[in-house]
Design a protein around this ligand. Structure first.
Ligand SMILES: NC(=O)c1ccc[n+]([C@@H]2O[C@H](COP(=O)([O-])OP(=O)(O)OC[C@H]3O[C@@H](n4cnc5c(N)ncnc54)[C@H](OP(=O)(O)O)[C@@H]3O)[C@@H](O)[C@H]2O)c1
Length: 389
């Protein structure tokens, strides 16, 4: 595929958050598009930034049966001043990078003070990155936001809308809204391209995922409950598992591979920049479909029932109590989604429609997560520092 945004070898794109779920797909897709890439990566206690990237690429190469080019790896924490970069690293970026794709974020839904997550990375980190772009003369900013900057609004949400005085459901949404506003107000930028995915789930081809939030958290809890039930003596005739939903609520789930291919394509096509894109499915799934999948995968259909969104579960049994306590963090999403207008997205890439998020797709995603036992680690690889992973 031809790219018109990156014309020579010293025209690098600087990517943040490449070690996350979406980031690892962006890393692979952008490298496959032959876009010269530099990545800002945090080291962990056990691994250097370079080793983390090497491990991920080794996994991709094994899966794709194809070698990939290597990005320029820079160790960095966005929440630190100057992103924690040495003067040398900053000079390198100034010489080589013309654009940034800011994908890193904290997905913590827990409320905290402004110097804690999710504010520390999502707002202070974005502020630090913007200042860094101004200092290093990076003028093209691509930003991964979220469709849920619309907060608790209902009805149709348009791509050109942002702050409509809406109530935000949690600090994560709030920090993402503030970050998007900050980017839009950065006058030194030549272009600001905003991508707003809804709820990201695994790969539409094979169900692969590295994180297990939202839908997966509900699936995992149902899985644990069903295992607990199998160990109970008796036939569990009286048991009930009451779910406080109508079944008609819409949820907007999108597969990670599609989100990444849309973003990578758009980054590569200059005429598509300076726009906002809702990355949401053509048809949302209903909570009834999600329930069908959860009960079918876990074999809990006999005693699970949707009892209506307005119902309060009286005298919850031990399984219901465990489920609701653990799902508390997602309580603001336990409702109908609004309708996301996707005019810009459909017009920009008619050849890249979102795969159909139907019951078969949801079953495949759920089975893959159960097969993975709700965890993932890259394969260890041999580097100069020894075996890592
Ligand atoms: N997942 C969803 O359902 C969803 C929906 C809508 C929008 N989004 C947006 O999509 C983007 C990617 O999300 P994801 O699901 O791929 O998240 P993820 O798997 O949790 O990955 C987050 C990435 O950000 C990096 N990061 C976090 N804090 C950082 C810091 N202070 N300095 C440097 N790097 C930092 C993480 O690095 P480490 O590996 O070092 O932790 C990781 O690479 C985010 O902007 C998110 O807001 C996600």
């Amino acid at each position: 595929m031809s790219t018109d945004s990156f014309n020579n070898d010293s025209d690098f794109l600087l990517l943040t958050g490449c070690t996350g779920l979406l980031g690892r797909y962006l890393l692979k897709d952008l490298l496959q598009l032959e876009i010269p890439l530099a990545v800002l990566v945090r080291p962990t206690r056990r691994q250097s930034a370079s080793d983390r990237v090497e491990n991920m690429l080794a996994s991709w190469e094994q899966q794709l049966k194809q070698q990939l080019p290597r990005p320029h790896v820079i160790e960095s924490d966005l929440s630190e001043e100057s992103l924690g970069l040495s003067t040398e690293a900053e000079e390198w970026v100034k010489t080589h990078c013309s654009s940034v794709l800011h994908n890193a974020a904290s997905l913590s839904f827990v409320s905290g003070p402004r110097d804690a997550e999710p504010w520390k990375t999502n707002l202070t980190g974005t502020e630090n990155l913007l200042k860094f772009c101004r200092d290093t003369e990076i003028r093209n900013f691509h930003h991964v936001s979220t469709a849920y900057v619309c907060g608790a609004r209902q009805g149709t949400i348009y791509e050109n809308e942002l702050d409509e005085g809406q109530t935000l459901s949690n600090d994560y949404e709030w920090s993402k809204l503030e970050a998007e506003k900050l980017i839009r107000s950065a006058e030194f930028l030549d272009s600001q391209t905003i991508y707003r995915p809804s709820i990201i789930v695994g790969d539409s081809e094979n169900g692969f995922t590295t994180t297990f939030h939202g839908f997966y958290a509900a699936l995992q809890l149902a899985y644990v409950v069903s295992k607990g039930l199998k160990q109970l003596p008796g036939d569990h005739q009286d048991l009930q598992f009451r779910v406080t939903l109508d079944g008609t609520e819409d949820k907007n789930l999108v597969p990670v591979d599609w989100v990444s291919s849309f973003i990578s394509y758009t980054v590569s096509q200059q005429q598509l920049h300076n726009q906002t894109y809702h990355l949401t499915p053509q048809n949302p799934v209903t909570t009834q479909t999600i329930m069908n999948v959860l009960t079918s995968v876990n074999n809990t259909g006999d005693f699970t029932q949707l009892v209506g969104a307005e119902t309060h579960v009286e005298n919850p049994n031990e399984f219901e109590r465990m489920f609701y306590e653990n799902m508390q963090v997602y309580s603001s999403y336990w409702k109908n989604d609004p309708q996301f207008d996707t005019s810009n997205t459909r017009e920009a890439a008619p050849h890249l429609p979102c795969p159909s998020m139907d019951e078969d797709m949801m079953m495949m995603l759920a089975k893959a997560a159960v097969d993975m036992e709700f965890r993932w680690r890259d394969l260890p690889v041999r580097t100069e520092a020894g075996i890592t992973g």
